[in-house]
Design a protein around this ligand. Structure first.
Ligand code: 6PG
Length: 265
């Protein structure tokens, strides 16, 4: 089975610039072809440098941000001002007032966590409402699933992606669900309930960019990209697909066998 394109760059600064350029190209292509671009953002620490780069003078003016819709691949089920919030992370980086990005508020689509909280509902209710928003706003594929133009992803030390953790029933769940509530994970921090898009939305996306940096990820990158295929153990293998790009820094790529590294761009 054909795998992803693997690109190895020197360090985290190079990853940020390379991912910012990749993201802009994907958004430019979508806007040119369909008039709008639907981008699924990721959480964690790796994308911070990317979000700051996209908001910098080198990139912010490349895009008509009014034609970009920001979504989230997953989030922790906490208020947006909670330090663990992926929405808060984007608000403090990409959408920070210093970034100068003119993003209409109506283009920013967080999981309806405040609404769920106000209704006394949990992650499952929140995920269902978000799926309704995605189904109403995005183009749909032949199975009726929403199609993102680009899904940004990271990989957890346990091999998870989105909020699809080892052993998750989402790994091979038929779609729907488009989105799901997830109990607090035991294999990854923070141990907070989550809401997540289904992995099916990374499989049908027009483009997927996986960003991994740092020596601490070398072992999991080698297991995911060069080890035996076992998505139940390594859910992020579902993003190691043809058409996806894995952008690694040299530290994160250090555990890859020479033959896999040799194919790296
Ligand atoms: C989250 C992210 C998650 C993240 C990985 C990698 O909500 O935590 O969506 O899937 O991408 O945990 O995180 P780092 O980039 O911080 O290693």
């Amino acid at each position: 089975m054909a795998g992803p394109r693997i690109v190895v760059v020197a360090g985290e600064d190079e990853i940020a610039r390379a991912c910012a350029d990749y993201t802009c190209r994907a958004m430019e292509r979508a806007i040119a072809e369909r008039g709008r671009a639907h981008l699924a953002l990721t959480g964690g620490s790796t994308p911070i440098a990317l979000y700051r780069a996209l908001g910098s003078a080198a990139f912010r003016d490349r895009l008509d941000w009014g034609s970009v819709d920001l979504w989230w691949g997953d989030d922790r089920f906490v208020p947006f001002d909670h330090p663990a919030s992926n929405v808060g992370l984007v608000q403090d980086t990409l959408l920070d007032r210093d970034s100068g990005i003119a993003m209409p508020a109506g283009n920013v689509h967080p999981f309806p966590i405040p609404e769920a909280d106000a209704a006394g509902e949990g992650p499952g209710w929140c995920a269902t409402r978000y799926a309704e928003q995605l189904l109403a706003a995005l183009p749909l594929d032949a199975r009726g699933l929403p199609v993102f133009d680009l899904v940004l992803l990271g990989v957890g030390p346990d091999g998870h992606f989105l909020s699809c953790f080892p052993g998750s029933p989402l790994v091979d769940a038929p779609a729907p669900p488009v989105c799901a509530g997830v109990p607090a994970p035991t294999t990854a921090s923070p141990h907070i309930p989550r809401v997540t898009c289904s992995p099916r939305l990374t499989e049908n996306a027009r483009d997927v960019l996986v960003m991994v940096a740092g020596a601490g990820k070398a072992a999991i990158v080698a297991a995911v990209l060069a080890g035996a295929r076992d998505p139940h153990r390594y859910p992020s293998q579902l993003a190691a697909r043809e058409g996806a790009t894995w952008l690694l820094d040299s530290s994160a790529a250090a555990g890859l066998p020479a033959d896999v590294r040799a194919t790296a761009g």
